[in-house]
Design a protein around this ligand. Structure first.
Ligand code: GAF
Length: 391
């Protein structure tokens, strides 16, 4: 579904459910990370691009100027209601409405009260697929609220507000990558983000002979939910032993020297992060000069490191990457790796454009044979960040 189709669909849903036309509409994209995984909360570099999958929100002033926000998902279900006459608080854990509610709270904390409104939300970003469906919902909400309050936030402040919503309302201590790319994405560009200075650099990716393929394993291994915060703590522990503010400041040499003073797992976590930061900078350079063989090798190295040292992959993601690697550069496969937080979700591959069809079929077929699961595979150009569709 294109953004235009999604918007029109969401508008119609709004009309059907609320009985009037929406006054405001906003959209924000999901993302795929080309390389730079689990580096954002270590002050490192990430290299994501926004994808042509979006969350759209349509809204209109609440009837009778009621002081409440009603949020509905186009998938149906009860409306989530935010009562603006009381102090805001998160809904119960795991409720999707926590993402927009946290963003509303961020606006109110800045003295920007949107007043009551009714909203309809629809998304083509696969939920729980590691393509930042939550960040796209937060950023779409923030864009809608900018529209309603008439106050445009600085892009960095907007992304940080959304990250805070995820920390405080969804209980996920994420880094800054997902919200930044959803705000700052640009068509035909990948974003090299320095997560320490928060300086974004847009790297053009316009080579028509190369396509970005996203392979959804359609598995999500529900772990305890403590894996991500545990990784963060292990990175902090490594930085402390190395005597640096964050792993961004550490070198591979320093890590080797400190190895005997470190728990083996903590050592491997740090080895991933230090190597991944370096790989990310090199890969961005490779994209800049269309050095595809190098970019591809860096992607495979990133996957191995995430699998063996950071231990956030899973057998389904490994299967996809192995199939990709077996296709080889000559078969049109440049490189492939898991993308996002891990434990399921998607892999990302760079492939020769003229091989997209054959490669998609090969991966789908072999993956089905090996796992019994149907993968969902699609191509995306680097897309634009959040936009106002109606104001
Ligand atoms: C998740 C987080 F939200 C990001 O901040 C990032 O850490 C990513 O996992 C791993 O690179 O998407």
């Amino acid at each position: 579904m294109t953004l235009k189709e999604l918007t029109s669909h969401t508008e119609q849903q709004f009309l059907k459910v609320y009985g009037r036309q929406p006054d405001w509409m906003a959209a924000a994209p999901g993302r795929v990370n080309i390389i730079g995984e689990h580096t954002d909360y270590n002050d490192g570099f990430v290299f994501p691009m926004a994808i042509e999958r979006y969350t759209v929100i349509t809204a209109a002033r609440a009837a009778g100027d009621a002081k409440q926000i009603r949020l509905r998902s186009a998938h149906g279900g009860e409306a989530a209601v935010i009562d603006l006459t009381r102090p805001l608080a998160p809904f119960s854990i795991g409720t999707w409405a926590n993402y927009p509610a946290g963003v509303v709270a961020g606006f109110i904390a800045r003295g920007l009260n949107p007043g009551g409104f009714d909203a309809m939300i629809h998304s083509t970003v696969p939920l729980g697929g590691g393509l930042s469906s939550s960040a796209s919902l937060e950023v779409a909400t923030a864009t809608l609220l900018e529209n309603i309050t008439g106050k445009k936030l600085d892009p960095v402040e907007k992304a940080l507000l959304c990250q805070k919503a995820e920390h405080e309302y969804a209980g996920m201590p994420c880094g800054i990558m997902d919200q930044f790319i959803s705000v700052m994405g640009r068509e035909n560009h990948v974003l090299l983000l320095d997560c320490r200075s928060r300086k974004p650099e847009l790297v053009p990716m316009t080579d028509p002979s190369v396509a970005v393929l996203i392979i959804n394993t359609n598995v999500k291994h529900e772990l305890t939910g403590s894996e991500y915060p545990t990784r963060r703590k292990q990175c902090e522990a490594a930085a402390k032993i190395l005597g640096v503010p964050s792993l961004r400041d550490a070198t591979a040499d320093a890590l080797e020297k400190a190895k005997s003073r470190m728990d083996e797992v903590v050592y491997r976590r740090a080895r991933h992060v230090i190597g991944e930061i370096e790989r990310t900078v090199h890969a961005a350079e490779g994209v800049r000069v269309s050095n595809w063989p190098t970019v591809g090798q860096l992607m495979y190295a990133s996957h191995r490191s995430l699998r063996d040292d950071y231990e956030v992959s899973c057998k389904e993601l490994d299967a996809v990457v192995e199939i990709a690697e077996s296709i080889g550069f000559k078969g049109g496969m440049i490189g492939c790796r898991m993308t996002g937080g891990g434990f399921g979700g998607c892999a990302v591959a760079l492939v020769k454009s003229d091989a997209v069809e054959a490669i998609s079929q090969k991966i789908a077929g072999d993956y089905r044979k090996q796992t019994g699961i149907e993968a969902t595979i699609f191509v995306s150009r680097p897309a634009a960040g959040a936009t106002v569709l109606k104001s």
